[in-house]
Design a protein around this ligand. Structure first.
Ligand SMILES: [Zn+2]
Length: 265
């Protein structure tokens, strides 16, 4: 009997990962690959990414990664710098995580590349630089949706990097991807738009009720008035996911099955 390298449940056939972790890893990898390679990235992907940018905010264990990612992205995108000295990055010094750990995770996430004492834009930031940031006021709908996209893709890139690194498993991010994975696995021919509470509970794994509630509050818009991933909390003990997320699950499941078929050939 082997245990899943990410969530530690026993895997049936001694494989490295359980099915939901494997599908979760597939999701983050496919999101990044498609986002970087397709020009422009497809709508269904960009819409779904925009729903994920909240995951590392106000979450003490991972705040240092996100804050540093935002700081360097700001310097490369809005200040249009082409390189930054490592010592000019302030956020790495305001986290309880070691400075080198933060920089390694960001480099693995393709947000930055490091050469000696200098930091350059990684492929994710290079892609984000292609967005037209000039000429728009920050509070226009165009820039608002671009900022959601920016937060989302940085979040997915950091998730992928942390999952590969395995030193610290980002539980909140994993819960979200487990929830979506389970919905893809459990749904019949059509993706089920309502995620029952027991699926959410299972996706959250060992989290305390308090931690689970925080995720529910954020997703339902109870914190800042903006729902994320879900559009409603139903009376029948479940959460309705947004149409964008139904579409995302549909596309992602198709791509996952496609990969399995290619493997078999
Ligand atoms: Zn697992």
């Amino acid at each position: 009997m082997a245990r899943c390298e990410i969530c530690k449940v026993y895997t049936q056939d001694g494989s490295e990962f359980c099915q939901r972790c494997e599908l979760s890893l597939f999701q983050v990898t496919d999101i990044i690959k498609t986002y970087v390679e397709e020009d422009p990235p497809p709508h269904w992907l960009v819409d779904a990414i925009g729903e994920l940018g909240w995951i590392f905010r106000e979450y003490p264990r991972t705040k240092g990664y996100l804050n540093t990612a935002i700081e360097v992205t700001w310097m490369f995108i809005l200040e249009r710098l082409d390189e930054v000295g490592i010592d000019d990055i302030a956020e790495v010094n305001h986290s309880n995580l070691p400075r080198d750990k933060i920089l390694t995770i960001l480099e693995e996430a393709s947000i930055i590349t490091i050469e000696g004492e200098k930091v350059f834009p990684g492929i994710i930031v290079q892609k984000l630089r292609k967005v037209r940031w000039e000429g728009y006021q920050m509070d226009t709908p165009q820039i608002k949706s671009k900022l959601l996209e920016l937060h989302g893709i940085l979040t997915v890139a950091l998730t992928q990097s942390m999952l590969n690194d395995k030193e610290y498993i980002p539980r909140r991010a994993l819960a979200v991807f487990h929830m979506l994975s389970d919905n893809m696995i459990n749904s019949g021919e059509k993706i089920e738009p309502v995620i029952p509470d027991y699926v959410f509970d299972k996706a959250c794994g060992e989290m305390s009720e308090r931690q689970k509630n925080k995720i529910r509050w954020v997703m339902s818009g109870f914190i800042d008035g903006q729902t994320k991933i879900i559009s409603d909390v139903t009376e029948r003990n479940g959460m309705t996911i947004k149409d964008e997320m139904v579409k995302y699950c549909e596309k992602m499941r198709e791509r996952w099955r496609e990969r399995d078929r290619e493997r078999e050939i």
